[in-house]
Design a protein around this ligand. Structure first.
Ligand SMILES: Cc1ncc(COP(=O)(O)O)c(C=O)c1O
Length: 350
């Protein structure tokens, strides 16, 4: 199958239509077998619970082409488990881990020609989405669900790629409530953060750094990514907070940081502490690791990358993570999974 003709080096983080998405329906208490389709419109009752009562959740992960030409996905089981956790919190039918993984492998295989070539720095972004589809006007969980997975080839989330970005602390609005749903991946969290994020962009910042919603005293997370700091004595620290999404990238960096003797620690991080870090970064599937060039907090600015160059530890972490993802380094933790090539016939389910 020949590769799609796209400008792989300049993709940006945008939606490009690919050949297939995959859909599973929950009806009468069971999931169906799932079907691949080229149709990118979904039929939905106007009273569906996902539209009115927020019974909607999603995930995000990536597939890469390795040097040997394999297509691999990164830590797909972790995304499956996180979605189960999300579903339990907002009373949606769960997608079993095995079905989630199978859906991802099938849809990536079907869109193989859109997996950016090895060495381009781009990836195939995978977006699993679960919707409550029962028509209802009373507040209650849906009894019908649509689980779908679509893909799109993407470049870096922040325009500059692996270059420092500038953040502004948001301390006038909350993205999430304490004990709310900030630690699960539901659409409402992103709507809640949109105004702050757009305001930051208008002011020339890449995004917002949120503080904890209760006291506005501790660092929470950075737009759609977790935050980490590197202390002056070389320790990897990242916020311990119940209102941030538990990032799979961050979890991976913590493992890598252990091997690099960075003594990783999850703990409360006072906002004042950012003025003392040697380096700081954002991490996530989309952001990968994006070094933070500066943080502006009220009328103060902490600059980490005076020359606009990423710091040494951010660079080492970035290289260690991406080398595993694209198969340039061994995968001692079993994080990548090869996408099997299915027969054309199997791929086109009825
Ligand atoms: C709010 C938020 N925080 C953090 C992350 C990073 O999580 P992950 O590394 O699992 O992509 C994401 C992206 O999914 C996000 O949307």
């Amino acid at each position: 199958m020949s590769k799609a003709q796209l400008d792989w080096a300049n993709l940006g983080f945008a939606f490009h239509r690919t050949d297939y998405n995959i859909r599973y329906t929950w009806r009468d208490g069971a999931w169906d077998e799932g079907v691949l389709t080229s149709d990118d419109i979904i039929p939905l009752p106007m009273a569906a619970t996902c539209l009115h009562y927020g019974q909607e959740c999603f995930e995000g992960l990536k597939a890469f082409e390795t040097k040997s030409g394999d297509v691999v996905v990164f830590r797909v089981e972790e995304n499956a488990r996180r979605m189960i956790h999300t579903c339990e919190r907002i009373m949606m039918e769960t997608v079993p881990e095995e079905m989630f993984v199978d859906a991802v492998l099938r849809v990536v295989d079907a869109n193989r020609r859109f997996v950016p070539p090895y060495g381009t720095g781009a990836a195939l972004y995978i977006r699993p989405l679960l919707l409550g589809t029962t028509a209802a006007v009373a507040l209650q969980p849906a009894i019908d669900y649509l689980f779908l997975v679509f893909t799109t080839p993407v470049g870096p989330y922040f325009k500059a790629g692996f270059k420092p970005v500038h953040l502004i602390v948001e301390d006038t609005a909350d993205r999430a409530a304490p004990k709310g749903v900030g630690n699960i991946k539901v659409g409402g969290n992103y709507a809640a953060g949109m105004r702050a994020s757009m305001n930051a962009k208008k002011l020339g910042f890449a995004d917002v750094l949120y503080l904890d919603p209760r006291e506005k005293r501790y660092v929470d997370e950075a737009g759609p990514a977790n935050f980490f700091g590197i202390t002056r004595d070389g320790q990897y620290v990242t916020p311990d907070s119940e209102s941030i999404l538990p990032s799979i990238t961050n979890k991976s960096l913590i493992t890598l940081a252990e091997g690099m003797e960075l003594r990783p620690e999850r703990r409360l991080i006072e906002i004042e502490e950012v003025f003392d870090f040697a380096e700081a970064g954002c991490c996530g599937t989309a952001a990968v690791i994006t070094p933070i060039g500066s943080i502006t907090y009220r009328n103060r600015k902490m600059v980490y990358c005076a020359e606009d160059e990423p710091g040494r530890i951010c660079t080492e972490l970035y290289e260690a993570l991406t080398a595993i993802q694209i198969g340039d380094a061994p995968d001692p933790f079993g994080w990548v999974r090869v996408v099997p090539e299915l027969q054309e016939a199997t791929r086109r389910s009825p």
